[in-house]
Ligand binder design. Structure first.
Ligand code: ZN
Length: 281
């Protein structure tokens, strides 16, 4: 199943268009995507034989599938290729930071660059479907609503400002968390742990990998995070980025006004972000 957010309403995406979950269910489920995650089992049961008729839609009108998550986890250095390019050891427990939820934005958006040191990071993003605390790796996927595509946009100067790197603020400027275009349920994938993931900048491939290169799998991340924090419906986990980011290049390369960043994951879709210069007050 594929879901989307159209005008801040949860929609089921079919072959011919979208069905509004609230209207199609005769009002049984809330229109607000964030509220609907609280009743995710019911939504899934309804979606197998949905009422209502599908109407056409334009993909660029979609919003983030989880627009106001209560918690957003970011995982650092979770691909061997990215750990290598930054000269760090492979993690045995998730290296975790937050992206503050106000940075979550639409899969087709324009982001204002706050500086000349903003970098790209394509990531597989997990959307939590059921409260999870202390779950085993074996049962972790039953707590996952679906997978989507995200960009963990990062201002490296803020992230790495001396004396001690602190990731969360540098990754939380407005628009720094575009996600979408769809939430795809795990059962839609032959193998959700082996998906092509890529990122292009103005058409040039800058990142290209597969999610089977994740050091800690989606299930391992959900299990490990839930050993400490209660994961809540609609929460997001940005699972880490493969090699090919800009600041690890010689010389470093950063996003510029006018750039187009396209981030894709097999079976989910593409998030396309355009960048503009900060406008004078
Ligand atoms: Zn990241």
């Amino acid at each position: 199943l594929r879901f989307g957010n159209l005008a801040d309403r949860l929609v089921l995406v079919t072959g011919t268009g979208v069905i509004d979950v609230n209207e199609g269910s005769g009002g049984e489920f809330p229109a607000d995507p964030q509220a609907a995650f609280q009743e995710w089992n019911g939504v899934l049961a309804w979606a197998k034989e949905p009422g209502g008729c599908a109407v056409p839609f334009v993909e660029t009108d979609l919003g983030p599938p989880s627009p106001r998550p209560r918690q957003v986890f970011g995982i650092g250095l979770n691909y061997a290729s990215h750990a290598a390019e930054t000269g760090t050891e492979l993690p045995t427990f998730p290296t975790t930071f937050t992206k503050f939820a106000s940075c979550i934005s639409s899969p087709h958006s324009v982001v204002t660059l706050p500086s000349a040191t903003v970098d790209w990071e394509v990531e597989l993003v997990v959307v939590i479907g059921h409260r999870a605390f202390g779950v085993s790796e074996a049962s972790a996927m039953s707590h996952v609503a679906g997978l989507t595509v995200g960009q963990d946009l990062s201002d490296r100067a803020v992230q790495l400002r001396p004396p001690v790197p602190q990731f969360s603020l540098g990754k939380s400027f407005p628009g720094f968390g575009p996600i979408g275009p769809y939430l795809v349920t795990p059962d839609e994938f032959d193998n959700p742990n082996d998906l092509a993931i890529s990122c292009t900048l103005n058409g040039e491939v800058v990142q290209q990998s597969r999610t089977n290169d994740l050091v800690l799998s989606v299930a391992a991340l959900v299990s490990a995070l839930s050993s400490i924090v209660v994961l809540l419906p609609g929460d997001l986990i940005f699972t880490g980025t493969p090699g090919g980011v800009g600041f690890a290049r010689t010389p470093p390369r950063y996003l510029r006004p006018g750039d187009e960043l396209a981030s894709s994951i097999e079976g989910v879709g593409t998030v396309i972000t355009h960048f503009e210069a900060e406008r004078p007050e």
